[in-house]
Ligand binder design. Sequence first.
Ligand SMILES: *Cc1c(COP(=O)(O)O)cnc(C)c1O
Length: 374
Amino acid sequence: MKARKAVEEIDPYVPGRSKEEIAQEFGVKKEDIIKLGSNENPWGPSPKALEAIKEELNNINRYPESDVELLKKEFARYSNVKPENIIIGGDGADEILDTLAKTFIEKGDEFIVPLPSYMYYEFLFKPYGAIPNYAKWNLETNTLDLDSVLDAINEKTKMLFLCSPNNPTGALITQDEFRPILEKTNKSRGGVCDAIVVIDEAYVEYAEGTNVNLLEEYDNIFIIRTMSKVMGLAGMRIGYGISSPEIIEYMHRIKPVFSLTKLSYVAALATIRDTEYIEESIKKGIESREYLYNEINKMKSVKVFKSYSNFMLIDIHNTGYTAAELTREFMKRGMIVRDCTSFKGIDEYYFRISICTLEEDKKFIEAMKDILNE
Ligand SMILES: *Cc1c(COP(=O)(O)O)cnc(C)c1O
């Protein structure tokens, strides 16, 4: 039996590794493992989310809400937009991306992504017959190679993925860079195509400012957000998108109706209202990031990329290790880091780490010094 051609040709997505896997493979205790591989919130979820989940447990024999109005209102308040600008996904932001593909992609349409960036875009878009047209991220300056994006735009372009802060490089794309891209992808402004510019703000809370204001000027923007990172709910799979009411309405026609479970719904509602938890998560996250950056920046054999996110990329060309070898060394010591070899657009000498508690950060730095003889 053959699958569809687009499925036969797919490159599997390589996720960060779990504690269970590492415990088994390296014979370390699950409780002792330090996880720096998946950009999660190391301090756990909001206590209010836990309470809400417990209260809702007895109701899981019932279908969830299909219309999630209250949560839309909360996301709209949080993001400074209107509820009709919001769509909510129940498999995280990844479901929002999938719904974008289902709503807008015809076979043969092109999408643009500057590499390296989040690999899930092409994982989700290729099955719908969309064709990648790669642009570049400049690793020397850690900035978007704007010309490579502008050059890639043509009449077949349907979607662009611009991740800011960019995963895995951690840097921001500026509004001066977004504007010419938004112009060239909007026919009513003299552009060569009508395409949706997806601005992935999964890590926006750790950065300086959002791009939501651009929505007032351009109707071809789609902003992606998630509760998996600063909001501490990666396991509950909640994401949302912000865009023009027209785009949002089309997407609602095709989005899975019950994908947001009852438990995810109440957890999301409790968390987005828990301003204190959110502020504390951001503050501790930035503290951890700065600590890790400053310590790693002192090491002579590696180059660490400045980050506006909760993770950072590390260049290990001068260490004598490949990323696969180095991540193995960490895993033997019970620490999960992200080998970036599976990211297109960088070679096999990069790995990524994400924030942990300060105590865990210190253990990680000790291990890194030990492995690299720093
Ligand atoms: C984590 C992440 C997401 C969303 O993840 P979900 O868990 O599916 O909400 C989206 N984009 C980027 C760049 C990410 O790193």
